[in-house]
Every structure is written in C-alpha cells, then in structure tokens.
Write a protein that binds this ligand. Sequence first.
Ligand code: ADP
Length: 589
Amino acid sequence: MSAENGKPSSGVLRRILRSLGQSDRRLLLLSAGMILLAKLCLAAAPRISGQITDMLADMAQGGTLDGTAFFRNCLLTAVLFLFGYGADGLVGRNMVRISERLVRQLRVRCQRKLCAATLGFLDAHPTGDLLSRVSNDMQSLAASLSSTVASLLGHAVLLAALLVIMLLTNPLLALIYVAVIPAGSALLLLIMKQTNRLFRRQNEALGRLNAIVSDTYGNHLLVKAYGCEEARQKAFEAANQTYYETYVKSRFFSGFTIPLSVIVSAVSFALICIAGGAMLIRGSLTIGEFQAFLFYGNMISAPLSSLSSSVNSIQTGLTSAERIYELLDAPEEPAGTPTHTPGSEERAGGIEFSHVQFGYRPGEPLLQDISFSISPGQICAVAGPSGAGKTTLINLLMRFYELWGGSILIDGVDARELPRAELRKIFGLVLQDTWLFDGTIAENIGYGRPGADMEEIISAAKAAQCHSIIEKLPEGYNTRVGGEKSILSEGEKQLVSIARAILSEPRILILDEATSQVDTRTEALIAQALANIMKGRTAIIIAHRLYTIRNASQIVFMTDGSIREIGSHEELMARKGLYCAMYESGSAE
Ligand code: ADP
C-alpha cells in the first residue's frame, strides 16, 4: 500500500472529494473561486496604487491631476486590498467547516467499520494502530484540509499572477525576481528536506518514548517483580537522548528558514532598487511602476517560502487519509443470505458439527473434518492440549470466522442461514478473560439484554451469586467498573459476566472454564452461578483442567485440530487412550 512507503496515491484525493457531501463540494468550489479572485485582486492592487503615485508625481512636475481618475484608483486599490486579504478569513471559515464535517462523518464510518470488520482484519492490526487511524490520522487530515489546501492554492495562484503581471509591466525587472527567488527557494527546500527528515526521526523517538512509558507503567508489577527497572530506565534514557538530539537539530535547521527568506527578499530588493533606479533615471520606468515592483518583492517571497512546507503538510494529510480509507475498506463479516427466519420452532439447543474444515490462514488448514453432535440440554466439554483448536471451534460456532468446508447446524438449521444477529443471540458467552465495559455495574449486566429493567438485572445478579457483593459496594449497582483499574477482583468480574449471560437467556451457553486465579469462596460462588445458568441449557465448556469436567455428559478430546476421542469421562478412562493419559498425568491441559 502506498501509504506505507510515505507517498499517498492520487486516488485518495478523488475519494476525499467523493466523501464530501453535495453542499460541501459546492462550498469547496465557491471557496476555490474566492481564493482565485482574491489573489488576482492582490496581484493587481500594487499596479493600481503605482498609477496613483504616477499621477501625484506628474502633478508635482506641473501636470494636471484628473480628480475622478485619482479617486477611482484610490477606491479601487482599497477595495482590491480589502477583498484580497479579507477573503482569506471567509475561505478559512469555509475550509474549517468542510474539513470538520468530513472527519466527523469519517469518524462515524470508522467506528461502524470497527464493529463490522472481520476478526481476521482486526487480528492483523494492532489496537494502537487502529486507534491512531481514528484519532491522529483524522486530526492530521483535518488540519491539512482546513489550513493548508487553501493556503497552497492561494499561494500558487498569487505566485503565478504576480509573475505574469511583473513580466507584463517590465520584463527586465521581472527577470531579477525570476533569477534570485528560485535560487533562494532551492536553498530553502534543501533546509526543509533536512528538517523534515529530522522531524520524522523526532516523532519516531517520541513514539518510542511514549511506548516505553506506557509499557513500564502499564506493567509496573511485572517490571518490579523481574527487577527490570534499570533496563527500562536505560531504554528510556536512550529514547529521550535521541528525542533531545533530533529536536535541537531540527530547530537549528528550521531556524534558518526565516532569515533566509529575509535575505532572499533583501537581495532582490537591493537589485530592484539598483536596476529600477537606473531605469527610472533613464526614463524607461515610471516612479509608480518602480513602487509596484518593490511591493511585489514583498508579496512574492511569502508564497515561495510557504509553498514547499504546504506541499509537505498536504502530503502528510493525504497519507493519513489513505490510512483512514484503508480502514474503511476493511472486509466486513459477510451478511450471508439468511434464508431462515427465526420463528416458532422448538428452541432446544442441539448442535451438530458436520465435516467442518477451517484454517486462519489460506493454505494452512487447522481443523480437518470435525464431526460431532451435542444433544439439547447436554453439557459437552472440549478438552485437549493448548493449541488443539478448542477456542477455534467456538469461534466457528459463533461465526466469527467463515468455514472452509462442512457445516454447523443449530437445532437443525445451518448457521449460515440464520441472520448473524439472531445467531449470536442464541449463545451466552462466559470467557476466561472477563470483559467489563467502562460504565456502571448495572449497565454492564444490562448489555446481556438491551431494554432489561433494574428488577431483571438484580434477579440475574442474584442467580449469578453477585447481588450481595454488589450491594456492599459504595454505590451499589451504580458503581463504575471497567477500564484498566477495577475495584472488582477477577472472580467478581467473572460473576458479573455470568449475570450478563444469565440475563441474555441464551439457548446455548459457551463457557471458557472459569479462571483458576480466584479464592476458594469465589470459586464456590462461580460454580453455583454456573450451575444456575446451565440448568436446562445446552452448554459447551472449553476445559483447561480435566478434573473439572468429569461430570460432563460428553467430552470431545482434540489434538492438532482433529478429534481423537469422544465419550463420557468413564468411557474415555476405560479406553485408556490420550484422554486417560493426560488425566492421569494430572496435566493442567
Ligand atoms: P486452544 O483453544 O485449543 O488452545 P486455539 O483454537 O486457540 O487452541 O488455537 C489453535 C491454533 O490456531 C493455534 O495454533 C493458534 O496459534 C492458532 N490461532 C488461534 N487464533 C488465531 C488467530 N486469530 N489467527 C491465527 N491463528 C490463530
């Protein structure tokens, strides 16, 4: 992708234009027209004010002053300057509106995409990278659109108009600018290239610095436990030193840009004075034209020095836009063609895996020909060593990923024929990594069933054995949880997520075996809560400790993506196969 090598492609500009609303496209066109007109006015104004000077000089030498023409020129100069500079304010306001409306809309689309993107895409992109697309890249796109586009266009138009008008007025004097200014600009460009390289290195060093700080403080227990303070400190100091050096160097070089522009305009001013003065004496130049040229000298150096920095800033903005559009192009979970409308059929909770094949990466099959079934109300445990494919079975059941072959039937209906939202409502998930959103406990439980009232939430919490724990919290159900630091212990969080699953009244419960890092009292509470929720429901348990699944009605034992043994605990023990060996070795997995 071209954004990765730092050069945005031209297609992104078209996409930005297409993303703008109809009225914003019109506003953009209007603004561009205004810029064009304003800069032409600015280029013409010195010429007219030069004519005023010529009239006055003529009068001083005994000529007569045409009062009407004099006042008309005065008025025209004032209007041209006023509109020329005043339009900048109006255009600036328009551009801020256009760019902010664009990023507001893009942010919404990104957020929607993040919810709809396939897990494969999300897995492949670090969270920090996605976050930075939605925040930093949006900001840089907006900044570049709102300020730089208008100034780039304005300066380019002004530069062209000034050169044309100067060449028309006096080609010889114009040539002085044409010779001096590009030489100065080339020097300026050289400095800017150097500073840009340093700015990039400075930003990288800052990124590293931030990463070290957040890593160190985010994992402060780990850092202390392993005594890595010294190493972390050294890494921090190294990044800090690089940041310091690149910052000082970049400021040193960028400090030359303003003096250099001043020198360029001073040199051209001096040359114009000498050459223009000589022409004035010889009578080939009027005093008004001479004055206009001095004015042009002032006007021309500003757009030249800012043109190159504008180009850079626009390039950054376009690269950001490309990163945003890449996110917006992320593949979405296919909607499929749901042919089955959920209705009055018996919601029993039977599951059948039939010749299921799947892999996360093309050409690397993981599950080969998985077939087994779970009867309604049965508790089925999936066991096997780490990496056997247990979690993958659940990912497929929930249709987080698409099958390569075979099918999964839920109560006799192919999962692909069910609308995805309906399919996911069938399941209640209680995972080992409990996730609580930033919000109150009541809200966290309430996610189980949108629209549930407080009474239902409390009764779910009671069934999940966490009502009395929640009541003891300072703000009860209104206590805020989630985020990095939570006042709930791991086991208590597990109970809250069980309450959420209970509230959702799932047809089938999926359980990643409860965490082992809880105290015995909480473990007993969790066991009771799970017994409550499993009552009368089909449940699939991903087993990490074999001794906890002895009572399951069926155990599916997997290794390397294939089912090796299937049966009850007693049957598998009697078979004296892999399960039995693993059970007897007392291995955790
Ligand atoms: P288990 O739950 O039995 O420990 P998993 O089903 O999580 O095993 O993983 C099975 C294999 O698939 C492992 O080799 C794992 O590295 C790989 N895997 C799991 N999730 C992903 C993923 N999102 N992308 C790519 N490979 C994955």
